[in-house]
Design a protein around this ligand. Structure first.
Ligand SMILES: [Zn+2]
Ligand SMILES: [Zn+2]
Length: 339
């Protein structure tokens, strides 16, 4: 079978390797779709701080089971699945609190260990989630990023009846806003400086889509939400300016979540969080329940997914796909590889 390996940054090699052996608790997935993520781009550029080459990329996959180990109970050949790509120790302090998403030995498929960019992918059955018939394989590949959003909304304590502002309308910001919308938020505002991303946000029926280079966050919040402001602000942009303005604009007693991967240290006026009693949440990945919620929301038709996928490339053109994202960064949302 084909396995796409990255020996170093900017380089893919197409290797012909034997089909992996399937142990008793494992399954073999015939891959159908694989999403490319911001973290994949960081690896591609050699800028990811927490991985090492060589690596087989890919953590946003969907496919069909073609082999099932003898001890696997709840899955059968032919099941359509997606994969929760986290391996964790189960023993460390966070694992013992049920927070395996921040396990001290967290190993993410396609980042710290072999990922899914191969014709077939072998994994432990405990990492699988079934895709209901109404979900396409494209949607299956989006369940992982949607789970980042369902996890964020869960971790901030839910948004029922809340006014929610999302900073950044890239794939994660878009999905966080959509999940907030689908989870009972009273109103949702999303901001970006990229007009294309704002147009896609509008197509996804996010209620307020505002260009922050024309309308600063403070004005946008008061125009959309009135003087009470935002109950929750979620930063999916990850730059100095957005987090500074979020800290400035956060209402007294409100909630602020950091979902973005900040690539450099930033300055923020912490005293404002203290004096306004703003609760700050760090958001890192997800739990299994967040995958289940993501699948439920998509199956109910509550998340727009077609609008998010701007391009498909065959797996053998993975180099072109990454190059395309680099060359068209402002126009690309989600690029999905096909098998
Ligand atoms: Zn991802
Ligand atoms: Zn652990």
């Amino acid at each position: 079978m084909l396995e796409v390996m990255m020996p170093e940054a900017f380089t893919f090699t197409m290797n012909e390797v034997p089909l992996p052996e399937v142990k008793e608790n494992e399954v073999l997935i015939d891959m159908e779709r694989l999403g490319i993520c911001g973290s994949d781009m960081q690896i591609y550029h050699g800028k990811h701080k927490f991985m090492s080459f060589p690596i087989v990329l890919g953590h946003e996959g969907s496919g069909t089971l073609t082999q099932v180990g003898d001890a696997v109970k709840n899955f059968a050949v032919g099941d359509r699945v997606t994969v929760q790509p986290q391996n964790f120790c189960g023993d460390c302090y966070p694992c013992r609190q049920g927070l395996y998403n921040v396990c001290e030995k967290l190993s993410v498929m396609g980042v710290h260990e072999t990922g899914m960019s191969s014709d077939y992918f072998v994994t432990d059955a405990s990492k699988l989630l079934k895709l209901p018939a109404e979900l396409s394989f494209d949607q299956g590949a989006l369940i992982e990023p949607i789970s980042v959003a369902t996890a964020a909304i869960r971790k901030v304590g839910g948004v029922a009846g809340a006014k929610v502002a999302v900073l950044g309308a890239g794939p994660i910001g878009n999905l966080v806003a959509q999940v907030a919308n689908a989870s009972g938020a009273a109103d949702v505002l999303i901001l970006d400086i990229n007009p294309k991303r704002l147009t896609i946000a509008e197509q996804c029926q996010i209620p307020h889509c505002i260009n922050s280079s024309e309308t600063p966050l403070e004005i946008a919040i008061s125009e959309c939400f009135g003087t009470d402001g935002a109950d929750v602000i979620l930063d999916c942009a990850g730059v100095q300016q957005t987090i500074s303005s979020a800290v400035q604009c956060a209402q007294r007693g409100s909630r602020l979540a950091v979902i973005a991967n900040f690539k450099a240290p930033v300055e923020m006026e912490l005293v404002l969080l203290q004096r306004k009693e703003v609760t700050l949440y760090g958001i890192m990945m997800y739990l299994r329940q967040d995958f289940e919620e993501a699948i439920r929301l998509v199956a109910q038709g509550n998340i727009h997914t077609k609008e998010l996928i701007t391009n498909h490339f065959p797996i053998r053109q993975i180099q072109e796909a990454y190059q395309y994202i680099d060359d068209h960064f402002a126009d690309v949302m989600k690029v999905v590889l096909t098998f």
